[in-house]
Design a protein around this ligand. Structure first.
Ligand code: ATP
Length: 511
């Protein structure tokens, strides 16, 4: 257990989430699903600039983890599978959270979250028995009505559905709670589609569904969300044979928190990945590599390194399939929490699917002339959680005479547009010229948006608020010398650029 931020401290910083959630709603980036019918708790829709930011994050991940590599096979799996997949993976049996009901008002809560809120503690990895004891010792009552709470019970997070017109267990099926198992069930196809055997990965981006007891913190914990998952298969005899591990990975400094430090309430200690490997804090080279890759990826999207740390799971917290797991955590307004995870899933999943399906899921070791079940490293991201993190990290306000304005300092990699295109005035052919510039930039493959409504200042403010890095203004000089002004979101500095060089300069980030 570890002391988290006190309630008072969290209250102040929570204003940040409120502001980001307000912005997301006001500018229609992320809206509650089916809001006209009162919404559906835990379901959100990404619209307009929000949909663009989400897609950019997915594309950046795809670029780094799939198309930028020669050892990863992409896949697009079904959401519904043969239910035997979930029996084999252990999800039907043990994909549970601790639920607790109020005896009086019948409200249901997640017991561990309730304890965390009431006692300002983090109870990651604490057993059900211990949670029960903490509830009783601290006399925790229903936060809604003050009534007595029943005993904690396990609640399975799988979403049930049925297939076809059949009835009963024949038709029973589930929406996938993670994309990973669809990858494991396709191990043979992935192996066949790749050019060589392990080390290699199979990756996909797709929806996952979890019937969370209490979805909360906006899109941090939803019931339907998108995962970007890579299952990377390695010969267990070669877990330390990692040619991908470069000097840059080894030198990367990450604040690390071991279970021992966590238990003592110590802060994370900035450590070079190479040192963590030599001290065996990180168990294997492949694990170190994927952890470093993920942290580098998150930072490459503009998230500030000082808001990140990596925390190793304690033995009691480890999932049944894992021998070592590191969570990359972000310092959210409600404390450090998992942004994504990198697990060593061993050969658990392939062995389970082999045993349950009767099909051999192995690779062949050419040197030792034997078959083996590969071990799996799994870097797993939730897209919406990452988008929310990026928005929180990028949110800033600039105080001016007229009041404060919001600037979303998004990296150009994830910003919803490359630039806004504005005519100074609508008259005198400026609008027409601006439309021409817009068309040329779109033809060059850039995402730009034309806007002629309101003053230039208002148009800048609208773009700043949704994180567009550049604004291009077409003025009277443009008509005579084919140059435009390009204004930078963060510095408000303006430079004049030739229209003929505009696309190239925007792409190079040098406009
Ligand atoms: P948590 O402890 O926060 O419930 P988890 O350990 O169950 O997360 P994983 O099963 O490791 O999460 O899933 C991988 C990633 O998917 C998480 O790191 C997170 O980014 C994302 N994720 C998991 N559950 C949700 C959810 N309910 N809503 C949004 N994203 C989620």
């Amino acid at each position: 257990m570890h002391m988290a931020k006190g309630k008072e401290e969290r209250k102040g910083v929570d204003e940040l989430s409120a502001k980001v959630i307000n912005l997301a709603g006001r500018r229609f980036l992320i809206v509650p699903n089916s809001e006209i019918y009162g919404g559906a708790a835990g379901f959100y829709d990404f619209v307009g600039y929000g949909a663009r930011i989400k897609r950019n994050v997915e594309n950046a991940w795809w670029g780094r983890f799939v198309s930028g590599r020669d050892d990863v096979v992409p896949m697009e799996g079904s959401i519904i599978t043969n239910p035997k997949v979930w029996r084999a993976s252990g999800h039907l049996e043990s994909f549970n959270d601790p639920a607790i009901d109020c005896a009086k008002c019948k409200s249901r809560f997640r017991a561990d979250h309730l304890i965390e809120e009431e006692l300002s503690l983090s109870v990651d990895g604490v057993t059900m028995e211990r949670l029960e004891k903490m509830m009783r010792e601290n006399k925790i009552a229903c936060p809604k009505c003050g009534g007595a709470l029943n005993l904690i019970k396990t609640f399975n997070l799988m979403f049930k559905t049925s297939i076809g017109a059949g009835e009963g267990s024949d038709a029973e099926a589930y929406l996938r709670p993670e994309t990973a198992q669809v990858i494991f069930a396709n191990f043979k196809a992935g192996l066949g589609a790749g050019r060589a055997g392990p080390p290699f990965g199979i990756a996909q981006v797709g929806k996952a569904f979890r019937n969370e007891i209490s979805p909360r913190n906006f899109v941090f914990r939803m019931r339907e969300f998108t995962q970007m998952e890579l299952e990377y298969f390695v010969n267990p005899a070669k877990l330390d044979d990692c040619p991908s591990l470069s000097e840059a990975h080894l030198k990367l400094e990450i604040p690390l928190l071991t279970p021992e430090m966590h238990e003592k309430g110590q802060p994370a200690k900035k450590t070079a990945v190479g040192d963590a490997l030599s001290h065996k804090t990180i168990g294997t080279k492949w694990h170190a590599y994927w952890l470093a890759e993920c942290v580098m990826f998150i930072q490459s999207l503009g998230v500030r390194p000082e808001n990140l740390r990596a925390r190793k799971h304690s033995a009691s917290e480890l999932s049944h399939y894992s021998s070592e797991t590191w969570d990359v955590e972000y310092n959210y307004p409600w404390g450090f929490r998992e942004l994504m995870g990198v697990a060593n899933r061993t050969d658990f999943d392939l062995r389970q699917h082999s045993a349950h399906s009767g099909k051999e899921l192995t690779a062949f070791d050419e040197e030792r002339k034997l078959k083996y079940a590969p071990h799996v490293f799994e870097p797993s991201f939730g897209v919406e959680r990452l988008v929310f993190t990026i928005l929180l990290d990028a949110y800033s306000e600039s105080v001016q005479k007229e009041g404060s304005t919001v600037i979303l300092k998004l990296s150009p990699k994830v910003a919803p547009l490359h630039a806004g295109v504005f005519p100074l005035m609508k008259k005198d052919g400026l609008a027409q010229k601006a439309r021409e510039v817009e068309k040329a930039l779109k033809a060059a493959g850039l995402d730009v948006e034309y806007d002629d409504a309101g003053s230039i200042g208002k148009r800048y403010a609208r773009m700043d608020e949704v994180g567009v890095p550049l604004c291009i203004t077409i003025d009277y000089d443009t008509l005579s010398n084919d140059t435009v002004t390009v204004r930078d979101r963060d510095t408000a500095a303006q430079v004049r650029v030739k229209i003929s060089e505009l696309a190239q300069k925007i792409r190079a980030g040098s406009a």
